[in-house]
Design a binder for this molecule. Structure first.
Ligand code: NAP
Ligand code: GDD
Length: 379
């Protein structure tokens, strides 16, 4: 079997490439030109995969790649995937995240091999935006036990809140339309947030765990235990009796809730969708929701710090013009029809990410200037 992955250098692309190689696929990844190398997520795979230069916004390059490679499966993971950035670059986000999908669908529609190609589209829980459904759960004989659960599933109406989510929703409807109009075997995975050790550094989980890694390394390099008294004033952390200081972690809205899983579990669902004879759309999620505060607690806890609040500054620059406050996905359909199960829990996810970043910081030993730039300017 032969697969093309658009977006192979990203978090999901790298895990999906590993999964397909394990299953004996020939994997072709499409990468766009970059002035400096950006293959860190797939360097360990470079001997086993084929890379082709191409850009999803260029219909000619997309067409020729689909024609020349003759794939059985195409996975579209390419996107301008940062919600905050989409407010600053809505046009660009639209071209990549909506227009790019159209380019692939057109390439499939006009391919003489159309009926032999299966297509996966990376849809997003962001498409639900402000909307959720509600159900009352509990023991009817114990009124106190009855609680209202808010959730999203395949039947929840969409109400996107950002240029990114609107572009994703356009792609979602395009896939349905090409399925109905032209018989394209296209499936959409409505994936809720999934993170990992390979997560981009300006998404909130990785921004937190990277800061913890750098901070732990700073403490270690100065011979300070994490339980020694730190004094936090304003934007800076000091240690009693010492001169050196460390910039605090700057974040935006800590009250938003997300349904966070691990990316390695989620790429398995993508593959399972394309093994079904009938194309369809599926929610992929854990069924749990946690606030950014919960993630901070779990992540700081992984290095033995319980009072995370003293290390964080709220910076309005990281607020979004419109927010998605609450996501909790119910993956019943994926569990029933695809027999998909997630394996990695919320706490394990946070611990794995922190331990990876602590390890990386140890190897990197960055300058304070680098830390300050990475953690205060981006994300
Ligand atoms: P990611 O790490 O941001 O990766 C995005 C990939 O798209 C990168 O390989 C990037 O290449 C590539 N790309 C961007 N613009 C391109 C262009 N013009 N032409 C070709 N390739 C381009 O995203 P991810 O977290 O792996 O997510 C994968 C997909 O799932 C994305 O579509 C995302 O929107 C969607 N999604 C993600 C989540 C999540 O929680 N992770 C949830 C739901 C949906 P460069 O390396 O060159 O930038
Ligand atoms: N990035 C970022 N940086 N987010 C912050 C920060 C910060 O400093 N502080 C608070 N947040 C809040 C955001 O406002 C948002 O409510 C939440 O943390 C999660 O933000 P991100 O990690 O950037 O992810 P996202 O939920 O906006 O989008 C991710 O998940 C979507 C699926 O629901 C991306 O991976 C999208 O591509 C994906 O579709």
């Amino acid at each position: 079997m032969k697969a093309i992955i658009f977006g192979i250098t990203g978090q999901d692309g790298s895990y999906l490439a590993e999964l397909l190689l394990d299953k004996g696929y020939q994997v072709t990844g499409v990468t766009r030109r970059s002035s400096t190398p950006n293959t860190q997520n797939i360097n360990h795979l470079l001997q086993k995969i084929k890379l082709i230069e191409g850009d999803i916004t260029d219909p000619f390059s997309v067409n020729s790649i689909v024609a020349l490679e003759e794939p059985d499966e195409i996975y579209n993971l390419a996107a301008q995937s940062h919600v905050g950035t989409s407010f600053n670059q809505p046009n660009y986000t639209w071209d990549v995240t909506a227009g790019g999908t159209l380019n692939i669908l057109e390439a499939i529609r006009f391919s003489p091999r159309k009926d032999n190609i299966r297509f996966y589209q990376a849809s997003s829980s962001e498409m639900f935006g402000k909307n959720y459904d509600q159900i009352r759960e509990g023991d009817p004989s114990k009124p106190d036990s009855i609680k209202t659960k808010k959730y999203q599933d395949e039947n929840t109406p969409f109400m996107p809140q950002s240029p990114y989510a609107i572009a994703k929703l356009a792609s979602h409807h395009l896939v349905r339309n090409y399925r109905d109009s032209y018989g394209v075997h296209g499936s959409c995975g409505i994936l809720f947030n999934h993170e990992s050790e390979r997560r981009g550094e300006n998404f909130v989980t990785r921004k937190i765990t990277k800061w913890i890694g750098e901070f732990s390394q700073w403490l270690t390099s100065m011979g300070i235990d994490s339980d020694m008294t730190t004094i936090s004033t304003g934007d800076t952390i000091y240690v009693s009796g010492r001169q050196e200081s460390f910039p605090k972690l700057r974040l935006g809205n800590l009250d938003a809730k997300r349904d966070w899983g691990h990316a390695s579990d989620y790429v398995a669902a993508m593959w399972l969708m394309l093994q079904q004879d009938t194309p369809d759309d599926y929610v992929v999620a854990t069924g749990e929701t946690h606030s950014i505060r919960d993630f901070l607690y779990a992540a700081f806890n992984a290095v033995g710090i319980s009072n995370w609040a003293g290390f964080v500054v709220i910076d309005p620059r990281f607020y979004r013009p419109a927010e998605v406050d609450y996501l909790l996905g119910v993956p019943n359909k994926a569990e029933r029809k695809l027999e998909w199960r997630r394996k990695i829990s919320f706490t394990e996810l946070a611990e794995r990410m922190v331990h990876n970043d602590v390890q990386k910081a140890r190897l990197r030993r960055p300058s304070l200037q680098t830390i300050s730039q990475c953690c205060s300017q981006k994300g």
